[in-house]
Design a protein around this ligand. Structure first.
Ligand code: SF4
Length: 569
C-alpha cells in the first residue's frame, strides 16, 4: 500500500490542572481522534495518535518525539481545559520546524476558532465541528501547490492576509456507517453509537457541536467494532454517547447480539432519566452493562428549569429505582453553584439524593464554556469577549460571575453535598433491592462483589468520611455469595479475614471458593499466603507452585522454600 508523503501526528494534549475525579476520564484519547486517524489511514496516510494527557510543558519527551517523528502536520484534539497544552506543544513544534502545519480541532477549538487564529500565530488551521472529512480535505490541500487559499474546504478556518476567516460549515455525515471502523487500526475502550443529544441544556456545548438531529451507527457497525476490539483483548468498554439509550430498539438489538455472541464484556453508558425503561435495562444488564450515569444536576426544580434540563423528580426517581433494581449502578451527576443556588436549593438536592439513593455521585461546580447559551449570556452580562480565554485558566466558574454567590458559599455547598452523600451511603447500600429473577443471580453476585471492592480497595476505600468500610464490604461480599458463587467475593471475604489475622476463617472461605473455582490463580495464591501465615509452608507450596509465572506467587513460593530450609537446619 503506497503511503502518501505527509506525516501526520494527532495529539491529545495535557490539561492545566491535575484531575481529581478519575470519573472525568480525561485520560482516554477522545474517540473523535480515532475516527479522524482511521479516515486518514484509509486514505493511506502515515498517521500516529499520541496521548499526552499526562505531560506538562516541562516534559522532555515532547521535544524528543517531535524531533524524531518530524511530522508535516500536527492535529490537536482540544477540549477547553487542555487548550494551553495544545498551544504549548504547538509552539515547541514550530520552534523545531517552522514549516510544520498546526491544526486545532474538537469542541474547544470549534467555538473559539477566531480567538485561536487571532492570538496564536503558531496555529495555522482550525477544524470546525465534525472533523473527519474536513481534516482529510485539508491534508489534500496541504499536499497541493497551495497557490490559492483553501476557501473551498468546508468546516475549516484559517488566516488569510493576516485575518482569520471561516469557511461554511461542513454538512453533518448523514450515514455514520460510511466511516471506517477505527478498531481496524487502533485499540480503545470508548465507543459511541450516536452523535448528538435529545437534550438542550444551556450549560452544554454538545447540541451546538453536533447539531440537534441525532445520527446513529447501525447495530451491525457498532457490533463489528466491539467484536474487533474484543478480538484484541478489550473486555471493558465505555459507551460515551450523550444519551446511549435514545433508540431503544437499536440498543436492545445490540444487547441481544452481545449475548448471542457470548461476549464476556463489562460496559458503562450515559443516559437521561427520561430515556430508560424496564425492558431496555433488562437487556443492558444481561449484555454486561454495569453502570449508567445520569445528569440529574439538581434537586431543585427551579435550578433544573434554569439549566433547561427538562426532567422531573418523578422521572429521576423512576430511572434510579429501575436501574439499581436491575443490578446496574446508577450514578448521578450533580451541578452546584448555579444561579439562585442557596442553602435551600442545596437542601433540596440532599433530599433528592436521599430519595434516589445513588451508589455513586459526582458533584461539579457549574462552569461556563464557549458553545453554550450560558456563555452567550455571560458575555452579555459581563461585557467580556473571547479574549477572556487568554487567561491561563481552564474554565470560568459561574459563581465567579454572579455577585449573589461567593467562594465561601460555594465551598460550603460542596462540602454539605459531599458530607451528606457519604453519611447516607451506607444506608443506601443497605437498602439495595434487586430484581428476583433466577437468570440474574450470577449477575447480582457480580454487582455486589464489584460494589464491595469499591469500599474494600476501590474509590471509597480511602475516603475517611465513609464509616465502617470493611464491614460494608464484608456484608456485600456475603450478599454476593448468597446469590451465586463468585470468585471475587470469596477472595474479598478471605482478604478481609486476613486483615483481622483470622487465618483459619480465611482458609475455610478459600477452600469453599476453590471447590467452585479450582484454577483461579488469585484464590490459590491467597490460600498459599493464608497457609504461610499459619506456618503451613509445605501446604502453602501446593497452592503457589502452579502459578510461578505470576511474580507474586513466585515470590511467596521462594519465601516458603526459605522457611522450610531454615526449619530443617
Ligand atoms: S448535558 Fe447531557 S442531556 Fe443536556 S444537552 Fe448535554 S449531553 Fe444532552
Amino acid at each position: 500500500m503506497p503511503v502518501l508523503g505527509m506525516k501526520i501526528l494527532l495529539i491529545y494534549p495535557y490539561f492545566l490542572e491535575a484531575r481529581v475525579h478519575t470519573a472525568e476520564d480525561v485520560r482516554a484519547v477522545p474517540l473523535g481522534l480515532y475516527y479522524v486517524a482511521s479516515v486518514l489511514k484509509e486514505n493511506k496516510y502515515d498517521v500516529k495518535i499520541l496521548n499526552w494527557h499526562n505531560f506538562d510543558e516541562t516534559s522532555p519527551k515532547i521535544k524528543e518525539v517531535l524531533m524524531r517523528e518530524k511530522p508535516d502536520v500536527i492535529g490537536f484534539s482540544i477540549l477547553h481545559a487542555n487548550r494551553w497544552g495544545g498551544v504549548d506543544i504547538a509552539r515547541i513544534a514550530k520552534q523545531i520546524d517552522p514549516q510544520v502545519k498546526i491544526v486545532f480541532g474538537g469542541i474547544g477549538a470549534t467555538f473559539l476558532w477566531n480567538h485561536f487564529l487571532t492570538h496564536f500565530r503558531e496555529i495555522d488551521y482550525v477544524v470546525i465541528g465534525e472533523g473527519e472529512y474536513s481534516f482529510l480535505n485539508l491534508i489534500h490541500y496541504l499536499e497541493s501547490d497551495r497557490s490559492r487559499p483553501p476557501t473551498a474546504i468546508k468546516g475549516i478556518a484559517f488566516r488569510h492576509n493576516g485575518k482569520p476567516i471561516r469557511n461554511e460549515r461542513a454538512e453533518p455525515i448523514v450515514n455514520l456507517d460510511k466511516l471506517p471502523l477505527p478498531a481496524k487500526y487502533f485499540s480503545y475502550q470508548h465507543l459511541s453509537l450516536t452523535r448528538g443529544c435529545v437534550g438542550n441544556c444551556n450549560f452544554c456545548g454538545s447540541p451546538q457541536f453536533w447539531g440537534h438531529k441525532i445520527r446513529s451507527h447501525s447495530a451491525g457497525y457498532f457490533m463489528d467494532q466491539i467484536v474487533l476490539l474484543y478480538r484484541n483483548g478489550v473486555r471493558w468498554f465505555y459507551f460515551s454517547d450523550d444519551t446511549f439509550t435514545v433508540n431503544h430498539r437499536r440498543v436492545v438489538e445490540i444487547c441481544k447480539k452481545i449475548i448471542e455472541k457470548k461476549l464476556d464484556i463489562a460496559w458503562t453508558a450515559i443516559s437521561r432519566v427520561d430515556y430508560v425503561n424496564d425492558e431496555i435495562l433488562y437487556w443492558m444488564r444481561k449484555a454486561g452493562c454495569i453502570q449508567i450515569s445520569y445528569g440529574v444536576e439538581s434537586g431543585s426544580e427551579k435550578i433544573r428549569n434554569f439549566l433547561q434540563k427538562r426532567i422531573t423528580s418523578a422521572q429521576i426517581q423512576n430511572a434510579f429505582n429501575l436501574t439499581q433494581y436491575h443490578g446496574i449502578m446508577a450514578r448521578a451527576y450533580f451541578i452546584y453553584g448555579c444561579p439562585q443556588e442557596s442553602r435551600q436549593t442545596i437542601d433540596e438536592t440532599i433530599l433528592l439524593i436521599q430519595e434516589i439513593k445513588p451508589l455513586s455521585v459526582i458533584f461539579y461546580i457549574l462552569d461556563i464554556f464557549p458553545g453554550t447559551r450560558l456563555y452567550e449570556d455571560f458575555k452579555q452580562r459581563s461585557g467580556h469577549d473571547d479574549d477572556i480565554w487568554l487567561n491561563r485558566t481552564e474554565d470560568i466558574m459561574y459563581f465567579e460571575t454572579d455577585p449573589d454567590l461567593t467562594q465561601e458559599m460555594i465551598l460550603d455547598f460542596g462540602q454539605r453535598l459531599r458530607s451528606a452523600f457519604y453519611e447516607y451511603l451506607p444506608g443506601f447500600v443497605d437498602a439495595i433491592e434487586l430484581i428476583d429473577k433466577k437468570d440474574f443471580y450470577p449477575l447480582h453476585a457480580k454487582f455486589y462483589s464489584r460494589l464491595a471492592m469499591t469500599f474494600d480497595h476501590g474509590d471509597y476505600s480511602q475516603n475517611e468520611a465513609i464509616k465502617d468500610k470493611n464491614k460494608i464490604a464484608g456484608m456485600l461480599y456475603r450478599r454476593a455469595l448468597a446469590y451465586h458463587p463468585d470468585a471475587t467475593a470469596f477472595l474479598g471475604l478471605a482478604i478481609l479475614s486476613q486483615k483481622r489475622s483470622a487465618y483459619g476463617e480465611a482458609s475455610r472461605i478459600l477452600s469453599t471458593g476453590l471447590t467452585h473455582f479450582p484454577g483461579d490463580p488469585q484464590l490459590n495464591i491467597c490460600m498459599g499466603v493464608t497457609l504461610m501465615n499459619m506456618g503451613e509452608f509445605k501446604q502453602a507450596l501446593d497452592y503457589l507452585q502452579g502459578y510461578q509465572d505470576i511474580e507474586e506467587a513466585a515470590h511467596f513460593a521462594a519465601l516458603c522454600f526459605q522457611a522450610l530450609k531454615s526449619e530443617k537446619s
